[in-house]
Each structure stands twice: as structure tokens, then as C-alpha cells.
Design a protein around this ligand. Structure first.
Ligand SMILES: Cc1ncc(COP(=O)(O)O)c(C=O)c1O
Length: 364
């Protein structure tokens, strides 16, 4: 869709990346560490400074302090963290349960590991899990459950009770949980982000994954991390060691400075994005599109059923070519048929970009 957007000079609300830059301080710290000669291999698990800063942040928000040495691993974006977790835990014939619509990098990693995906289709507008259906999908071969909250692409968020429901269904089974929490700091739910790290039992079985790309508007820096108990971390580090070995040293040092010195950045991130969400929602108020409520991430779902009978893929092509706004069809995130007329818009954009897109969409 991004390529098509470029070809038609469309406003690109498709792919999930900001059209504004990250914090000046972070860029200055990167330049500083490069100039100071921090340019050789970092330790395989990540620099101590960054792992310690993550442990301190985790304690502050989730009331749990992971061991910075044994439980935290710095990775090449969340993408690598998800990949090494799946590769370490899933073997041939193992079953992995995930909820559709789902982010696109889980299934290929499971397939490469020889595992079998069991995708449970959730339905709009709430995309709520039916726990009886979930329990029916568990078997003696289930090794892993992949969850993602706040959720890309539906922009919904799990509650703490959802995590408890999950725990009740897997407590007596040898099942791990891979929790994709890259939008942990972009959550508008009143009760805040429901992290597995806050759940004292679930976190003993879980790998929590996060991304500095999302938190600091630097998706191109490719740094993420995972937090998991030592026994699990040992296993996923075996994959990490031979996949990337270690992540760019000066970038890690700059991120550690940023976490330590400017905590207000991630503390204010939900409010920062909520204002953008509200601006786009308001901008579309007079359109014939129906905006679904967004509880987290920097995406909004929009129902176009009053505007067109086209399916979502055809509609997104038409929208890009004829209206000049690029969006993502929801059906591409689902293995089963997803006949709803829903598209995803990314609002990690400057106000002028959002306003211009809303103006065009109001003409529909
Ligand atoms: C749900 C989800 N997980 C993982 C990722 C990948 O994050 P990263 O860019 O840090 O690899 C993304 C990026 O869009 C995402 O939306």
C-alpha cells in the first residue's frame, strides 16, 4: 500500500510509522556515543545500561523487577524478539494458538519452526475472546499462545480480567505465552495497559515483547527487547546469539540515556497519541465513514459500508488511486474470510497530514 500511495501521491495512512521525528535528546545521545568510540560489539544480551534502565521502568509501571542480567534481552526490533521466542519454544508438530486478525509476523515464524497455527477468528467491533472457544482450541500439543495488546490492527486493548481468563485456561497445562506489547505506552484504557508482567503467575510462563521504535518514534533504529524468566531467556538467547549476536552499541547507550533521563517521554505518550486519535476522529465526524472506538495503538478502524460495496482490498486500492488516501484492508490480517467493510488508518502523523486526509475522506 505504501508503494501504491507513493505512485499516486496519496496521503499514506497505511503502514504504521510516524511522519515526524523522534526526540532531539535521543539523536544527540546517539551522536555523543558514536563520537566517544562506543562502536564495537555490545554484549550478546544487550548493554548493561539499557537492560538496567528497562528493569527500572518495568518496576515503576508493572510493580515487578525483572533481573537485568538474566531476564532481559535486547533485540533487533520486536520482530526479532518474536522470532527468537517462537523459534526457541516451538518444535515440529507443536500447536500455537493466536487470535485473528493478527499481526503478520507470527505465523511465518511458527511455520518455519515446523509448528501448526491455530487461529481463532475474533469479530468486530469489540474483537472479544470467547473463552470457551479458546479452551476448545487447546490440545496436548499446544505449546504457545500469542497475544497482542494493545492490538494491531483492531486498536482494541485487553483488560486485566482478560489476562486472568487466559491464565485460568492454561494454568494446568505446559503452555507458554508470547505477549506482543509493542504498544504498551500507547494505551487509552482507563485501567491502563494490561501487561503479562503485572500478572504474578502469567509472567512466570510469558515472554513480554516491546519496541523502542514505537515508543520513541524511531521505527528505523530497529531496537526492541523481551522480558522473560531466566529459564526461558536462556533458550531464546541461543537463537539470538546465532541470528544477530548483538544490537548496535551506540543506539543501545542512547536509548538507556533516554529512558533514564527523559521518562516523561513515554509517560506522556498515551496522551500525545490520544490527541491525534481524537483529531482524526473529529475530522471524520462529518464523513460517511464510521470510526470504531480505539483503545490503544496508533491505528483507527473505519467502517466504509455506507460508502461502497467493494471488498476491503479493492476499496483500499480505489481509495488510494481515486481519493488520495492509503489505508490497509483488515482482511489481510486474517486466515479465514473476513467479509467486513473495515479498513485501518494510522494516525501517527502530523496534524496537517491528519487534517488533509480527513478533508479528502469527508468528500466520499
Ligand atoms: C503488533 C506489532 N508487533 C510487532 C511489531 C514489530 O515491531 P518492530 O518494528 O520493533 O520490529 C509491530 C510493528 O508494526 C506491531 O505492530
Amino acid at each position: 500500500m505504501s508503494a501504491l500511495a507513493q505512485q499516486h501521491n496519496a496521503i499514506n495512512l497505511s503502514q504504521g510509522f510516524p511522519d515526524f521525528d523522534g526526540p532531539e535528546y535521543l539523536k544527540q545521545r546517539l551522536a555523543y556515543h558514536v563520537s566517544q568510540g562506543a562502536n564495537q560489539y555490545a554484549p550478546m544480551t544487550g548493554t548493561a545500561a539499557l537492560r538496567e534502565a528497562i528493569a527500572a521502568k518495568t518496576e515503576l509501571i508493572y510493580g515487578y523487577t525483572p533481573d537485568a542480567t538474566s531476564d532481559i534481552t535486547i533485540t533487533a526490533g520486536a520482530t526479532e524478539a518474536l522470532y527468537i521466542a517462537i523459534t526457541a519454544l516451538v518444535g515440529p508438530g507443536d500447536e500455537v494458538v493466536a487470535f485473528d486478525p493478527s499481526y503478520d509476523c507470527y505465523a511465518p515464524a511458527v511455520q518455519l519452526a515446523g509448528g501448526v497455527m491455530k487461529r481463532i477468528q475474533l469479530q468486530p467491533p469489540e474483537f472479544k475472546v470467547d473463552w470457551a472457544t479458546f479452551a476448545d482450541n487447546l490440545s496436548d500439543r499446544t505449546k504457545l499462545v500469542v497475544i497482542n495488546t494493545p492490538h494491531n490492527p483492531s486498536a482494541t486493548a485487553w483488560s486485566h480480567d482478560d489476562l486472568e481468563q487466559l491464565w485460568l485456561r492454561i494454568a494446568d497445562r505446559p503452555i507458554f505465552v508470547l505477549s506482543d506489547e509493542v504498544y504498551e505506552h500507547i494505551c487509552f484504557a482507563k485501567e491502563g495497559h494490561a501487561s503479562v508482567l503485572r500478572h504474578s503467575q502469567l509472567r512466570q510462563r510469558a515472554i513480554a515483547v516491546s519496541s523502542f521504535g514505537k515508543t520513541f518514534h524511531m521505527t528505523g533504529w530497529r531496537v526492541g527487547y523481551c522480558v522473560a524468566p531466566a529459564a526461558i531467556s536462556v533458550e531464546l538467547r541461543k537463537v539470538h546469539q546465532y541470528l544477530t549476536f548483538s544490537i548496535t552499541t551506540p543506539v543501545q547507550l542512547a536509548l538507556a540515556d533516554m529512558l533514564r533521563e527523559q521518562p516523561q517521554h513515554w509517560q506522556n505518550l498515551s496522551a500525545f497519541y490520544q490527541a491525534k486519535r481524537d483529531r482524526l476522529t473529529q475530522g471524520l465526524a462529518k464523513s460517511r465513514l464510521k470510526v470504531l472506538p480505539g483503545a490503544g495503538t496508533y491505528f483507527l478502524l473505519v467502517d466504509y459500508s455506507e460508502v461502497s460495496d467493494l471488498n476491503d482490498v479493492a476499496f483500499c486500492h480505489w481509495l488510494t488511486e481515486h481519493v488520495g488516501v492509503a489505508a490497509i484492508p483488515m482482511s489481510v490480517f486474517c486466515a479465514a474470510s473476513f467479509p467486513h467493510k473495515l479498513i485501518r488508518l494510522c494516525f501517527a502523523k502530523q496534524e496537517a497530514t491528519l487534517d488533509a486526509a480527513a478533508e479528502r475522506l469527508c468528500q466520499l
